[in-house]
Design a protein around this ligand. Structure first.
Ligand code: ZN
Length: 161
C-alpha cells in the first residue's frame, strides 16, 4: 500500500510536467486546489480511485474535504446500488436488506415487511429469493406476504419465518 508521501511525490512530479508553477505541489483531482508538501498530513488523505467496497485497489490522494464528501455522498450510494445489483444478479451469495410494503387485493397497505432479497441461479434461470424477517415487520403483512410467496392461503396467527 503506498504511503501519503509516495503518492504525493508521484502526483507532484506528474503535475510539475504540465504546470511548472506547481512544482512541489499536489492538485486535488476533485476540487483542483493545490497543496504544498508541508500540508500532506493536515489537508490530504489517501483515496481509492474505485471504492474499496466495489473492489478498488488503486490509490490516489485527495484533499480531506473532498475525500470525505465523496465517501459519504457518492461512494456509499454507489456501493449500495452495486450491492443491490449483485444481489439480483444471482452471481454470488449477496443479499440486500429491503423493506416491502405489503398491500391486500384492494390495494390497501397492510404494513411493512423487512426481508433480505437475493437471487440464485438454477437450471439456467435466475430465481429471486426473499428471506422474510419477522423483526421489524408488521405481523399481518408478514403473514400475507409469506402466503403469497409460498403459494398458500394467508396464514393466521404467528407468521412463518
Ligand atoms: Zn479537493
Amino acid at each position: 500500500m503506498p504511503t501519503l508521501s509516495t503518492l504525493f511525490d508521484t502526483f507532484s512530479d506528474n503535475l510539475a510536467l504540465y504546470k511548472k508553477n506547481c512544482t512541489g505541489h499536489f492538485m486535488c483531482p476533485l476540487c483542483l486546489r493545490t497543496f504544498p508538501r508541508d500540508r500532506i498530513r493536515t489537508d490530504l488523505s489517501k483515496a481509492h480511485i474505485i471504492p474499496k467496497r466495489l473492489g478498488g485497489r488503486l490509490w490516489t490522494l485527495a484533499c480531506k474535504k473532498c475525500n470525505s464528501k465523496v465517501g459519504t455522498e457518492i461512494e456509499s450510494c454507489e456501493a449500495e446500488r452495486a450491492k443491490f445489483s449483485w444481489a439480483l444478479s444471482g452471481d454470488g451469495n449477496e443479499t440486500t436488506r429491503v423493506r416491502v410494503t405489503a398491500r391486500n387485493q384492494q390495494g390497501d397497505v397492510v404494513g411493512p415487511v423487512q426481508a433480505d432479497l437475493g437471487a440464485r441461479r438454477a437450471d439456467g434461470d435466475r430465481r429471486l429469493q426473499l428471506y422474510l424477517k419477522p423483526k421489524g415487520s408488521n405481523p399481518k403483512a408478514l403473514a400475507l406476504l409469506n402466503s403469497l410467496v409460498s403459494g398458500g392461503p394467508p396464514a393466521s396467527g404467528t407468521p412463518r419465518t
